[in-house]
Design a protein around this ligand. Structure first.
Ligand code: SF4
Length: 277
């Protein structure tokens, strides 16, 4: 059994919180650059120019003022023993990263009394047991502007692929300019109510431009991207052909009487950093 000191996890998470918030991932940069090349509307091109100038100027300052909830995905190998509490280590890392990195603290202690906790904890921690003796950590800060536009539907099995297509498009149309387009659209299909939502969020961790390995879903991703960009919502909702940079679909088996479909939207500041310890 391999031993791993939880303090190493805390240090890594602190560093990753800062990096995720100040350096836009290569896949998102490339998608934005490509979108700028293909845009023809004057306003849309101007907005994409500003977005590109912003991500280039970021670091050490954040890419966006909303440095988000700290979503932390941890895959724990079954053959590694972590000394100390994993949850405490992740939260210590988030508190240190958000404090030392001067990142905005966005967590309130209660959904109704709304008092800021002032260190951005607790993290939204998602753990999964996997084979091996490594610990894989992904930090994906998530702003509220895009998160608030997410939706889930318990479709009927007879709604089929058309029902999924309509629900995703309706969700993007309802969101309009609110999630700071161009957006990345995560879609989770299958499982149950909560698993579909988690699949949609995990879909956002996949690089923009990558595809679901199943041909049917890969084609649906491409079709949805075309349809979303045909809505004309455009960068920041001011019109144009670039409403989304990518659509990522993740699926899992489901009940014979269910067709859960969740949509988790991300903005153009689609942040994620991964490290393996
Ligand atoms: S939706 Fe994204 S770009 Fe818009 S304010 Fe929130 S984090 Fe920033």
């Amino acid at each position: 059994m391999r031993e791993l000191d939880s303090r190493l996890i805390a240090e890594a998470v602190a560093d990753m919180c800062v990096r995720a918030n100040t350096v836009l991932p290569d896949d998102v940069r490339a998608a934005l650059d490509l979108a700028r090349r293909d845009e023809d509307g004057e306003a849309a091109r101007g907005i994409l120019d500003t977005i590109i100038e912003n991500y280039r100027a970021a670091g050490p300052v954040p890419i966006c003022q909303d440095t988000g909830l700290a979503c932390v995905f941890v895959e724990v190998g079954q053959d590694v023993h972590i000394s100390g509490s994993l949850t405490d280590a992740v939260n210590a890392g988030v508190a240190k990263g958000y404090t030392d990195g001067y990142l905005r603290k966005s967590v309130v202690r209660d959904p109704l009394d709304r008092v800021n906790i002032d260190d951005n904890t607790p993290a939204l921690l998602y753990t999964e047991l996997v084979p091996g003796d490594r610990v894989k950590i992904t930090v994906a800060p998530k702003g509220a502007g895009s998160e608030n536009m997410s939706r889930i539907a318990m479709l009927k099995p007879s709604d089929g692929i058309g029902g999924v297509r309509d629900f995703v498009l309706e969700t993007v149309r309802l969101a309009g300019p609110n999630p700071c387009p161009p957006i990345v659209v995560g879609v989770g299909i299958g499982g149950n109510f909560d698993k579909a939502a988690l699949l949609a969020k995990k879909a956002l961790l996949r690089p923009v431009g990558s595809h679901n390995p199943a041909e049917m879903y890969s084609e649906l991703e491409s079709e949805l991207l075309t349809l979303i960009n045909a809505t004309g919502i455009g960068p920041q909702g001011l019109g144009g052909r670039t409403t989304a940079l990518g659509v990522n679909i993740e699926t899992m088996p489901t009940h014979i009487a269910s067709l859960p479909c969740a949509v988790n939207i991300n903005c153009h500041v689609s942040r994620h950093v991964t490290e393996v310890l």
